[in-house]
Ligand binder design. Structure first.
Ligand code: VY7
Length: 167
């Protein structure tokens, strides 16, 4: 099973603040939806709770939520009690669609070592935050594709980068 991480980060690697994403970038949400639609998304319980209620579960995707809390459940969420439980379930086949790890900070940090693809949106903003993306080690990861910087209709500049693991 291919494991891929997808996130959007501001300058300094900020991905979140107090349970929300501290910017509004509709083009990134469209990108996120396009990339993950039809697949499996894996997220931490805090990320699930950060989604607007009308978007839970994320439509058109298998939604897996990781929590240590044996008593936790939510309509539309499949529960895993550890990240390994879900990531190990797919076997060693790398040919089918990736499992998308969609956040947040703790889950990215725990899954990076097992990932073979990263889809990163860089957002040209300096924002305060309490949650950061994992550090991308360029000795391990190479850029497979990158777009030019483009300006959102909101005025914010952003670009999309795809990384693959060096071999
Ligand atoms: C953001 C939302 C936040 C506020 C309002 C709607 C990248 C993102 C994530 C995770 C953005 C969000 C939404 C947008 C997507 C819609 C559902 C509603 C859909 C990530 N690059 N960007 N993220 N939603 N992991 N990586 O959670 O979500 O997909 O259907």
């Amino acid at each position: 099973m291919t494991i891929a991480l997808i996130w959007a980060e501001a300058r300094g690697g900020v991905i979140g603040d107090a349970g929300t994403i501290p910017w509004h970038l509709p083009e990134d949400l469209a990108h996120f939806k396009e990339v993950t639609l039809g697949g499996t998304v894996v997220m931490g319980r805090r990320t699930w709770q950060s989604l607007p209620e009308r978007f839970r579960p994320l439509p058109g995707r298998r939604n897996v939520v990781v929590t240590r809390d044996a008593a936790w459940s939510a309509d539309g969420a499949e529960i895993a009690h550890s990240l390994d439980e879900i990531l190990d379930a797919g076997g060693s086949d790398d040919t089918s669609a990736p499992v998308w790890v969609i956040g947040g900070g703790e889950i990215y940090a725990q899954s990076l070592a097992r990932a073979s693809r990263l889809e990163v949106t860089e957002v040209d903003l300096d924002v305060a935050g309490d949650t950061r993306a994992p550090t991308i080690d360029h000795a391990v990861w190479q850029v497979a594709h990158e777009t030019e910087w483009v300006e959102s209709r909101t005025g914010t500049r952003y670009r999309f980068l795809s990384y693959e693991r060096r071999r």
